[in-house]
Design a protein around this ligand. Structure first.
Ligand code: F6P
Ligand code: MN
Length: 329
């Protein structure tokens, strides 16, 4: 089985970018080890602090964030980093060619129940004409990403990675200590009969999503003419991993549960990297009205509606949104 460097070299990836990716993975290996130690490492449970999103931080969130921050800034090729767990960006080398934005521990409420969690990362080119402490550097659409990936801390630790030449999966070989290529060309099936959504929010969704899910639930007797199954891992990284493995549709749509927070997922370090992985595997990723990767961000922590997965199913869901928009005109 092949190691990462030769695969990336074969794809023509710049050597600085290869070493940056490998550095991120070295931190993820350590996070993986600490996660697997669970209670033995004393890392479970919450801290007393809250992050910028007003969520209580888990000890593991903080540890993963510190680890990633430290090693990424040490590479010298990064101009600034931005993390879910940091209010502001952190300046690195003013001459660094890359920006890294990450969710150090996605799905962290799963830590206490020994369930799936992961690290999500996105790498952008650093504009040469801006200062290293200028957060506006990050405000680039997802199409600008030069690499995106996640490391899933599951029964085995797996990496999904894209540098724009398809999506590949690697598995951490704990005996050798590195990630080995285990799926060279991840390809999403176009059709699916599996959906992932937090159904407890149903009454708060907008009409198109209500109608779409209602029709899935009607199964064989409804307009979709087949039965659908549902899965919800409560960690985007776990749901997206399942979809990359066997297809499906994942949605975290807008809801009116809290007027100040219509969306849940973060654009820069959740939706964008996952959208690139999904599109590079032949899937689609939209908000309901537009392609996520084309959104011009206006804030490093902005949130967005997400509908992603198997192409035909996402297109069908988009149809419900278009129909509702037409009816409103
Ligand atoms: O990071 C946000 C997140 O934990 C995602 O990983 C996950 O998909 C979602 O929130 C879970 O949301 P809920 O708590 O509504 O199930
Ligand atoms: Mn997250």
């Amino acid at each position: 089985m092949r190691r990462i460097s030769p695969v990336l070299q074969q794809d023509g990836v710049d050597s600085d970018l290869i070493s940056l990716i490998k550095t991120i993975l070295a931190a993820c290996r350590e996070i993986s080890f600490r996660v697997s130690q669970g209670e033995l490492a004393g890392v479970l449970g919450s801290t007393l602090s809250e992050n910028v999103q007003g969520e209580t931080q888990k000890k593991l969130d903080v540890i993963a964030n510190e680890l990633l921050k430290e090693v990424i800034l040490e590479t010298g090729v990064v101009k600034a980093i931005s993390s879910e767990e940091e209010d502001d960006i952190i300046a690195g080398n003013p001459r660094g060619r890359y920006l890294v934005t990450f969710d150090p521990l996605d799905g962290s409420s799963n830590t206490d129940i020994n369930s799936l969690i992961g690290t999500i990362f996105s790498i952008l080119p650093a504009p040469a004409d801006k200062e290293a402490d200028d957060a506006s550097m990050f405000l680039q659409p997802g199409t600008a990403q030069v690499a995106a990936g996640y490391v899933l801390y599951g029964p085995s630790t797996m990496l999904a990675l894209t540098t724009g030449k398809g999506t590949r999966m690697y598995t951490l070989d704990k005996t050798y200590g590195g990630f080995l290529l285990t799926e060279d060309k991840v390809t999403l099936p176009k059709y699916t009969s599996e959906f992932a959504i937090n159904m407890s929010n149903q009454r708060f969704w907008q009409t198109p999503m209500q109608n779409y899910i209602q029709d899935l639930l009607l199964g064989k007797e409804g307009p979709r003419g087949k039965n659908y199954n549902m899965r919800w891992i409560a960690a985007m990284v776990g749901d997206v991993h399942r979809i990359l493995c066997r297809g499906g549709i994942f949605a975290y749509p807008a809801d009116n549960k809290d007027a100040n927070k219509p969306y849940k997922l973060r654009l820069m370090y959740e939706a964008n990297p996952m959208s690139l992985l999904i599109e590079q595997a032949g899937g689609l990723s939209i908000t309901g009205t537009e392609r996520i990767l084309e959104i011009q961000p206006d804030d490093i922590h902005q949130r967005v509606a997400v509908i992603l997965g198997s192409r035909h199913e996402v297109e069908t869901c988009l149809g419900y949104h278009q129909k509702a928009a037409l009816a409103q005109q």
